[in-house]
Design a protein around this ligand. Sequence first.
Ligand code: NAD
Length: 492
Amino acid sequence: MTEYRNYIGGRWQEALSGKTAEIINPATGESLGAAACGGREDARMAIEAADKSFYSDGVWRRMSAQDRGDILLKVADEMEKEKDNLARLESMNQGKPLREAECDVDDAVHCFRYYAGLITKPQGGIYDVNQGFGRMHSYMVHEPIGVCALITPWNYPLLMSVWKLAPALAAGNSVILKPASVTPATSVKMFEILERTGIPEGAANLVLGPGGSVGSELVENINVDMIAFTGSTEAGQQIARASVGNLKKTGLELGGKSPNIIFADSDLEQAVEWAMIGIFMNQGEICSGGSRILIESSMHDRFVSRLVERAEAMTIGNPLENPDIGAMVSESHMNKVLEYIETGKKEGAICLCGGKRCTEGNCEKGFFIRPTVFDGCDSSMTIVREEIFGPVVTVQTFDSEEEAVRMANDTRYGLAGAVFTRDITRAMRVIKEVRAGITWINCYNPCFNEAPWGGYKMSGTGRELGIHGLEEYQEIKQININLEEGPVGWYK
Ligand code: NAD
């Protein structure tokens, strides 16, 4: 049986309690192996290892940016060589179609390369100043924060881990990764790669286990300097409260309920296809998902009938055979999404397609839900207000630009949103009114290593990716150098 273990202080080890948790392939219900089920004591051991690595040994943080970058480039090369294995494992553990897992590995490889290069580029600045004490140079230098705990969700297990590992390590921090307990497989493979590419002992640690024990210890422990978290808004709120002991820096990438606004002058086929990518990619287990379609009334009938036709034609089945829709990550998550679907029906939304579990063909033993479109929705409904995190989209209509913007912003979230129209002036006007951190015009969901990613409102704080994503893992130090000779003459 495959074993997934912790990696602490440069050594692979079982959970200190000896406990394990079975890892399930959600498409087949079969076991993928046993993972260490760590607890607070394992987290503490990893914190000690990271603390020693950063504050006592200092090997990683003192290395030149170029040397750290070179190691991260080797990590990217090794990941690329292992692309097929990583993608298959991700697909089998998470349930996503293989081709989507392959894209995730490509993105992860480029993320390491991006930060390996970025860390060698100029940062900070030099100011030529004089405040009455004579001429000085004031330098800004960027330094690592220290011990960073990285806590990730199950929807993009590899990619969400790499979005954090790559900038945090590039900046010179020592890190502890805690992946979601149901999807540890590719994180373990990732650490095997980190080990053989020469990351010094203790600079990168991995602890598997539940959020309530491993996660809580990382959040509460005063020897952790930063928490970078991606997950639900509720867990983000708990983390914000629990991390105040030593005023840890926190980066929170949280949930969403994002609007996809479609005006009647849009290209129908383009709008339908992007709307599908917006909500059915990754089985709808996507934080930025365009889960609320807002359509101009005069286009509603044409749009909805085409969307339903295309959604009904989507293939669903074993992710390794590359269907359009794979398996939900777990039985419990599938049941949660099915409950939302039932609530939608009870509250009067009209279920036009999907709306149930799929057990046909090779879906028999897995956790599959057909793509679901709800029409006739209004903003008081639970399925319009709450994040479902499945292949479920709601449709509402609007008659004016102002109404569309009001409906778009009628949510506690502010992660993402899109506008479809052929009128670029209107597109810009509307997108500027949408209170969200990531927006698209005439497309939905592409994201790039170069561009900052993060939410407004209750979708989080801070940004990942791009230059901002590196700065999240850095302190800024001011160094002032006196350029004058002799006494300044302040005291006569
Ligand atoms: P989750 O909040 O249940 O768990 C996320 C991670 O946090 C897991 O590793 C979990 O074990 C850990 N955790 C949970 N409670 C914790 C606590 N109190 N203290 C410390 N750690 C804790 O989220 P999930 O169900 O794994 O993922 C789905 C959620 O993630 C959705 O809400 C989705 O929108 C969000 N998400 C956001 C982004 C983004 O970029 N904004 C990206 C992906 C997913």
